[in-house]
Design a protein around this ligand. Structure first.
Ligand code: FES
Length: 102
């Protein structure tokens, strides 16, 4: 689900792009946050907590927490709520602290 109309905000959309989430091809709009594209596609779990492995999704949605950390193009701990979506991105659910050698 996407917010298409808002009384005070304007959501400009870029062209449709393809990206890959945990190996599955998905679509979103260039420039929108990766987490927003995933949310629109029904994905709610973006990472898992470091100690108890509990599912994490959107929390602050402004880049101030670590709830949405994901592995994007092989780089762990990317805040997906503020990372612009680009064609061909490889996005993976992150577990734990995000190992550079995973
Ligand atoms: S949801 Fe808090 S940094 Fe992304």
């Amino acid at each position: 689900m996407r917010i298409e109309k808002h009384p005070i905000l304007v959501f400009e959309k870029g062209p449709k792009v393809r990206f890959y989430f945990d190996g599955k091809e998905m679509e979103g709009y260039a420039g929108e946050p990766v987490a927003a594209a995933l949310h629109a596609a029904g994905v709610r779990v973006l990472s898992h907590s470091q100690i108890h492995n509990r599912p994490r999704g959107f929390w602050c949605a402004i880049g101030n927490c670590s709830s949405c950390n994901m592995r994007i193009n092989g780089v762990p701990n990317v805040r997906s709520c503020v990372e612009p979506l680009k064609e061909g991105m490889i996005v993976e659910t992150q577990k734990g602290k995000g190992d550079l050698n995973a």
